[in-house]
Design a protein around this ligand. Structure first.
Ligand SMILES: Cc1cc2nc3c(=O)[nH]c(=O)nc-3n(C[C@H](O)[C@H](O)[C@H](O)COP(=O)(O)OP(=O)(O)OC[C@H]3O[C@@H](n4cnc5c(N)ncnc54)[C@H](O)[C@@H]3O)c2cc1C
Length: 454
């Protein structure tokens, strides 16, 4: 018997879907990239589900949720397991619901894609590009992450320089969501309603299908460029981000202290260079390179799509992959997620660099927010202890930066800082017993505790 009071093998047999009960494999699928954070690494090390259920379609999702509700067993949905904050880790044990089987991809129609929640983003791009369409945005984990996990756990990424973030009106068009009840219902959310389950960590419903707006596919040139100084690179990168005539998908600036960990680029880079990573449309490549030379930079690596086959793509040095490249060489590295205050973002960046230097090697991602270029930061942090980490976060905040804390598994403490009333209200209706990914939504836990004590 486990803490949830079930015998995993007996319970698995009752579900009527493929399952896994081998403790080593169950533990493996109870993990995500929580270990990026030394704080979460300590807190979540022992977490494991009792078993994994692997439904192949929506009917099987409903069957699993019905059985789990009847037995009072918690369920944690899972896509590719690439979340960073222990999002997909089953704090209360129970069942991990592996959604990779729901991977149907319909042909794009009128620029709109209907897709199973478990479809991997890389597969979606591979299937849609020959038809002339591509994802509006994707996380740097494109190869392994699912569209359901991106919508439930992510926020934006490559492409956000054009289309903002997932939550911005017009990208997420619809979702089918299964509720956790005695008789699970399938709810259809349209338009802004999808934000009830977007970035809710799977705490208030299981997404089975999504409808998303796509972008016309373009031929992208994959660039790594070098600059002798980080601030010159940052100015150039912001300049590209603001150049409306240059068609782009990615504008990233990485300080030499972080770029030194980019082993696959080492031969192309000069020692001590800061590195910019870009995806630039072929039609804009000449203008981009002209700007680059005028800004004092040089091309380190330039790949067409065909040449990029078999190479580590530029985007796998960006977003949270910058940290991953560093962690491959130095396990003491961690990171922060922040947004620098405008309008002079780079003054705020320079201020942080002057304060922390090599302790916090800088990494910037330029994105669009509310129609304007904004400057997000995912700087590395050379970790010493939690008190120092908290003091660095406090300094960022004191200088006007918004910090999206990656060292907590609590939904509200990460980005929003407060419970989203629409998400909480949806949870009351879709998961009345609080069995979906318990322990992650503080607003719900607080409400449940208040009910218990009254
Ligand atoms: C190296 C690296 C780079 C990354 N880069 C980015 C980035 O650029 N942008 C970004 O936004 N994030 C990024 N992330 C975080 C993560 O990769 C993304 O959020 C990714 O989209 C998660 O997809 P997944 O399928 O792996 O989800 P999982 O990790 O499996 O799940 C994420 C969350 O969603 C829930 N969930 C999963 N599927 C469903 C479903 N069908 N219904 C309901 N809930 C569900 C899970 O319970 C969990 O809470 C990165 C992470 C790593 C490790």
């Amino acid at each position: 018997m486990t803490a949830t009071g079930i015998d995993p093998a007996t319970f698995a047999a009752s579900l009527g879907v493929p399952t896994e009960t081998d403790p080593a494999l169950v533990k493996q699928k109870s993990r995500d990239f929580y270990w990026y954070s030394p704080v979460l690494k300590r807190q979540l090390r022992g977490v494991s589900a009792d078993l994994i259920a692997m439904p192949r379609d929506e009917a099987e999702v409903i069957a699993v949720l019905r059985q789990c509700f009847a037995a009072g067993v918690p369920v944690t949905p899972r896509g590719g397991g690439t979340g960073n904050y222990g999002q997909a880790m089953p704090l209360a044990g129970g069942v991990v619901l592996d959604l990779l089987g729901l991977d149907a991809i319909a042909p794009v129609s009128g620029g709109v894609l209907r897709v199973g929640a478990g479809a991997r983003l890389g597969e979606i791009e591979a299937r849609c590009r020959p038809l002339g369409w591509e994802l509006r945005m994707f996380p740097s984990t494109r190869r392994t992450a699912t569209i359901g996990g991106f919508v439930a756990g992510g926020s934006g990424g490559v492409g956000s320089i054009n289309f903002g973030q997932l939550r911005d009106t017009g990208t997420l068009l619809g979702a089918r969501v299964v509720t956790m009840e005695a008789a699970p219902r399938v709810l259809t959310l349209r338009g802004a309603e999808v934000n009830r389950v977007h970035h809710a960590y799977g705490t208030n419903g299981v997404i089975t299908e999504l409808e998303i707006a796509m972008a016309p596919a373009q031929d992208w040139i994959d660039y790594a460029v070098g600059f002798d100084g980080f601030m010159a690179l940052a100015r150039f990168t912001e300049g590209v981000a603001r150049s409306d005539g240059i068609a782009k998908r990615l504008c990233t600036a990485v300080d030499a202290g972080a770029a030194a960990y980019f082993r696959p680029l080492r031969e192309a880079m000069r020692p001590g260079e800061s590195v910019g990573l870009f995806l630039i449309a072929a039609q804009s490549a000449e203008a981009f390179e002209e700007m680059l030379h005028a800004g004092g930079g040089r091309v380190c690596r330039r790949l067409t799509a065909a040449e990029a086959e078999g190479q580590v793509p530029a985007f796998e040095f960006t977003w949270n992959h910058t940290t991953l490249q560093a962690l491959k060489s130095d396990r003491s590295i961690t990171y922060l997620q922040t947004r620098f205050p405008g309008p002079d973002h780079l003054a705020a960046v320079a201020d942080i660099i002057a304060t922390y230097g090599e302790e916090v090697p800088m990494h910037l991602e330029f994105i669009r927010v509310g129609g304007a270029v904004a400057c997000a930061g995912l700087p590395l942090v050379r970790f010493t202890d939690e008190a120092r980490l908290r003091s660095i976060i406090a300094t960022f905040e004191a200088r006007g930066c918004t910090v999206f804390d990656p060292h907590t598994y609590v939904l509200e403490d990460g980005g929003m800082k407060q419970t989203d009333p629409a998400q909480l209200d949806f949870k009351r209706r879709a998961d009345p017993a609080g069995l979906l990914n318990p322990g992650k939504m503080r607003g719900w836990s607080a409400e449940a505790a208040a009910c218990a004590s009254s």
